[in-house]
Design a protein around this ligand. Structure first.
Ligand SMILES: [Zn+2]
Length: 107
């Protein structure tokens, strides 16, 4: 079952890491499909995280929600000044075009 998807593979890999730390078997699907973006609806080109065991689904969903919430509260999102894409706060550069976050000058 698909439990999570995000436009950036690193985000999906991060969630997978959290689930694996809690002993939940999961795998990433579609990580090579992003090259096809533009031919299929964008959300369908996102890498997805799948949990195979239905018995672990509720626990996995709870961990995903927790991870998303802690990411949200840790740092506010920001809008790219170049392409207007909305980025999550933990990213120092736009995931879409690579422009540095205006509030996050390189150290
Ligand atoms: Zn951008």
């Amino acid at each position: 079952m698909r439990i999570y998807s995000a436009p950036v593979l690193a985000q999906v890999a991060n969630i997978r890491h959290i689930l694996e730390m809690h002993g939940i078997a999961c795998r990433i699907q579609g990580e090579y499909r992003s090259g096809a973006a533009g031919e299929i609806p964008p959300t369908e080109a996102w890498p997805e995280l799948w949990v195979d065991d239905p018995a672990q689904l509720a626990e996995a969903q709870r961990l995903v929600d927790e991870a998303i919430q802690s990411a949200d509260t840790a740092q506010p999102g920001w809008t790219c000044p170049s392409c207007r894409e909305v980025n999550e706060g933990q990213f120092g550069a736009c995931w879409n075009c690579g422009t540095d976050c205006p509030d996050n000058p390189p150290a």
